[in-house]
Write a protein that binds this ligand. Sequence first.
Ligand code: HEC
Ligand code: HEC
Length: 304
Amino acid sequence: MRKFLKWLGVIGGGLVVVAVLLVVVLFLVGSRKVNRTYDVVIATVPIPDDAASIARGKHYVEAIGVCQVCHGQNLAGPVIDDCKNVPCIGFSDESIFGKIAPANLTSGLGGIGGSFTDDDYIRAIRHGIGMDNQALTIMPAEEYNRISDDDLGAIIAYLKTLPPVDNEVGKSGLGPLGRTLASFVGGLIPASLIDHEAQRPQSPEVGVTAEYGEYLSNICTVCHGEGLSGSRVPGNDRVKAPDITMSGDIGHWTKSQFLDAIRSGNTPSGNLLDPRFMPWNRFTQMTNDELDAIWLYLESLPGK
Ligand code: HEC
Ligand code: HEC
């Protein structure tokens, strides 16, 4: 019996050592990913200055890119005191996981608007890389990487018109837990998921087509996963975004039930979608044509 306990101790101790080593290795791999600098050639896009393009940029930011979900209603960054009481998506401020603070996008105090050049905006939105050439955390650039040149130009043109708001959100930085997770959770460091040298895809033709619907629903893949067949919501492991292909519940929905769910948050089964995790309260600003196009695309996905 004594011998048995001794061996149990040796094996148990061995397992603890292996587990500690594994965590150390993951931490080091994650830290390397966080500290890596990117040397990316920024391809310029034309930045328009006409009213129609600026309106298009505003519509993209608010209804399609849903930038306000993280950057706050006036895009000046989250109101930090509020985030301590109500969960703010994409925000964290503690030493173990780390600090993640969506930037103040205006030209007020603590905002980027006063100093960003066109290339800085493109580097951040399309590549997920900051001015110091290091990867930005959480900012879903792997999806925004698919934004067409026209839309990206319009977005930047609109951001430049934002009225200045003072809000010093401070610098983001992952702590030991965040770095360890970053070794295998790609979405924490979106720049690591992007082929920065890839040829730009052609701009999609705007219309009520499944192709345009696919372009618009890039943002849905952030939570519903590649192929939209369901995944976990980034930054909140306990919340699952369901399968929204035809093999999911919505395979039994009509188009008007889908439009209703996005317009009101109510699903046919009587579930009220939680806007903290499913930003339907932002998507509701999409036009009927845009939602029709997304529906056509969803209908074309047979699912699992
Ligand atoms: C899921 C949350 C989230 C969403 C949605 C989001 N961002 Fe961000 N964004 C962040 C975070 C977090 C940072 C700060 C990252 C850091 O400093 O590491 C950031 C930083 C930025 C920066 C500054 C980069 C820098 O170098 O400081 C710009 C510009 C930006 N975002 C634009 C946008 C635009 C435009 C959209 C919508 C098309 C958007 N973001 C949507 C989370 C988000
Ligand atoms: C930030 C994460 C996130 C994004 C982005 C997102 N969703 Fe969701 N979605 C969720 C979550 C979480 C749920 C489940 C919410 C609940 O039950 O309260 C959900 C539920 C749904 C449902 C209800 C499905 C069912 O079976 O009841 C539909 C439809 C839907 N989303 C469509 C979309 C579309 C279309 C887009 C893109 C335009 C999108 N979602 C983008 C997180 C997201």
